[in-house]
Design a protein around this ligand. Structure first.
Ligand code: DX5
Ligand code: ZN
Length: 229
């Protein structure tokens, strides 16, 4: 199971230090939530933050674009140091073109679906994807509760991936803590985004990361997507 700390709820006054701590604690990548106040009701960060983070970490910077018209911004983020992109199915009338655009820039591409969006919308684009992100909260904020009704959909996405694109990663985003991490991995997730449970833990980033890892380490994947305890 891979861990991708989300910096949305990190202390921005100490962002570089917090990301370095997460890297030392074994993070597999850093999840950067870009929000434009239009696609979601919040404004977060842009390419300048990616550029600064590029100076302090060698970890992949996964860029989750919760913005209208992501096509206008890929080059700027690539120049700043983004390593991969996640775009939303919602609100994108030209998703196939957007996916091809990211691929033409030589970057891995993922598609995110919100809690109300069925897995079936992925059918046509899944063969081209490196990652599917199942939102386990409604996008826009950290510190929200995991939506348990997304679990059956996670299982469906896992089955679709196995049939169509076995190398595609299945990532969950929102409300991940040690308890929901177990539920998510049992449903078939490969990668977990965690914000407040990593950067908001009073015991610190190291302890928080260890707790998340410990919560799933006894779950072995004996056949991709089929987990047993
Ligand atoms: C929400 C973002 C998430 C968020 C996760 O729209 O996409 O990445 O930061 O934060 P937690 O883990 O606190 O729910
Ligand atoms: Zn995110």
């Amino acid at each position: 199971m891979k861990l991708a700390p989300s910096i949305l709820t990190a202390d921005f006054a100490r962002l570089g230090e917090q990301v370095t701590r997460a890297e030392r604690a074994g993070a597999d990548r850093i999840h950067v939530d870009v929000m434009d106040g239009h696609f979601v009701p919040n404004i977060s960060m842009g390419a300048p933050v990616v550029k600064s983070l590029r100076q302090v970490t060698r970890l992949p910077l996964e860029t989750h674009l919760m913005i209208s018209d992501p096509d206008f911004f890929f080059e700027e983020f690539v120049e700043a140091g983004s390593d991969s992109f996640i775009v939303h199915w919602e609100g994108n009338n030209n998703l196939h073109r957007t996916i091809q655009r990211v691929k033409s820039l030589g970057k891995p591409v993922g598609v995110a679906i919100n809690p109300a969006t069925p897995a079936a919308v992925l059918e046509e684009v899944l063969p081209d994807l490196d990652l599917v992100l199942v939102m386990t909260v409604n996008p826009g904020f950290g510190h929200q509760h995991f939506i348990h009704s997304t679990l059956p959909k996670i299982r469906r996405v896992r089955r679709m991936i196995q049939q169509v694109r076995p190398d595609c990663e299945l990532e969950l985003d929102g409300g991940i803590d040690p308890a929901t991490a177990r539920l998510g991995v049992a449903a078939g997730a490969d990668v977990l985004v965690a914000g407040s449970s990593v950067f908001g833990d009073p015991a610190g980033v190291d302890a928080a990361m260890s707790r998340l890892r410990a919560a799933t380490e006894d779950m072995v994947n004996n056949e991709k997507g089929v987990l047993c305890e």
